[in-house]
Design a binder for this molecule. Sequence first.
Ligand SMILES: Nc1ncnc2c1ncn2[C@@H]1O[C@H](COP(=O)(O)OP(=O)(O)OP(=O)(O)O)[C@@H](O)[C@H]1O
Length: 454
Amino acid sequence: MDKDELLEKLRANLSRDTWNNWLTSAEILEINDKKIIMGLRNIFIKETVEKRFGTIIQDTLSNILGKKVSVEFREIPITRESKNSVTGPIIKNRPLKLSEFNPEFTFESFVVGESNRMAYYSALEVSKNPGKFNPLFIYGDVGLGKTHLLHAIANYVLDHSPDMKIKYVTAEDFMNEMMDGIRSSGMDKFREKFRKNVDFLLIDDVQFLIGKNTVQTELFHTFNTLFNSQKQIVICSDRTPEDLSTFHPRLISRFEMGLVTDIQAPDKATKYLIAKKMAEMISFQLNDDVAYYLAEHIDQNLRRLRGAIMNLVLQSQISGKEVDLDFAKKTVDSMIKMNANKMKFHSKEVIDSIKEDSVINAVALELNLDRKEIFSNSRKKDIALARQLIAYIFKTNFKMKTKDIAEKLDKNHSTIIHSIKKIEQSLLMGNEVIKESLNNIYIKLEEEKVSMNI
Ligand SMILES: Nc1ncnc2c1ncn2[C@@H]1O[C@H](COP(=O)(O)OP(=O)(O)OP(=O)(O)O)[C@@H](O)[C@H]1O
């Protein structure tokens, strides 16, 4: 049975309301022996369908196929090519896209406040007049909107100059593509891709390249080629060019020769407006007092603010209750409490008594790994996960500096930042496997604390 046929049969087996409300964007992405992968547009729909209809969809598909299958739900970003696009009539002669951009990250959906005004207007300016401020370098802490602005530039350019070839890469992708080039397709192809076939290059999380000298050299040459042909370059980083201290000085001076601008943490008023905007983006009416409450209680990382709104919407869908201030307080407080419970080890006395090595042992035990494997260079999934969990616990519970974690795990600063971010994101998205692993690790540490007689 092919994918469309299977989807059609599923539709016929579900109620019309369920289908029309939740599943019109559904696509079967993959069918294999034991598993079906279903794609749904946007994380909100994906999470709701998974929670509310996951079992019934799985049972129905199993019935149709006459064997037990599991179903995995994935978010498919809305792209202009999306087959079930609801964004309007199909436009012919679409611009050539070299990267996928999040269509929700636009200038219109970006709330401008004191903290991000400069970055916003600089980004808008380079979108309107590429080459005028070259390069544009935007820096700021985690979750303050840098990636949003990069995608906003791309979406603007695609809409206004469809012939322009615009490419977005994270520094990590740049490195991986370069490695692939070295291994297989050859550096010529890689260079052609980045130097000849690009009019506008957006590079995210450039700090990832700290300590990676060969990749920096390649980036330096890519930069020069594009710059000399008046192609616009925009770079984002979690720190200033100057603080990319181990970067080649020549690359730092390239970064500094255009416009350098920062994004600061938003004040409460801006956070309130961002909360309203985020809700609006998912067509959700967020009460003013709830938005104020979120602005007051969620920290500066706007990814957490988004996570809290998603959580409110989901909880309200599941419980059928309205999201008023009372509901928001309960939900957000329970989110915060849950975190606090998981983080029993915030007390300095307890932290001091647990050795960092115990954390490594507990993680190794939980993931069934040998301690030595954690310090190896292996990129195997569970070994990478072990390092991410350790980095997360060191940062959140032990309040260790990223630099010290990097040293302890023998990894570089950006890998550690990336690892912590990954676990934070998984927790925000309610990833049960990660939650359970973390809880088990905390329990192991708790037991150790008892056995140490604290
Ligand atoms: N001013 C804003 N208006 C609306 N939404 C915002 C704003 N700033 C950030 N956001 C939203 O907050 C979330 C986090 O932003 P983003 O991913 O761009 O952060 P970042 O600075 O790139 O973080 P990182 O350094 O971790 O990559 C996104 O969902 C983004 O849309």
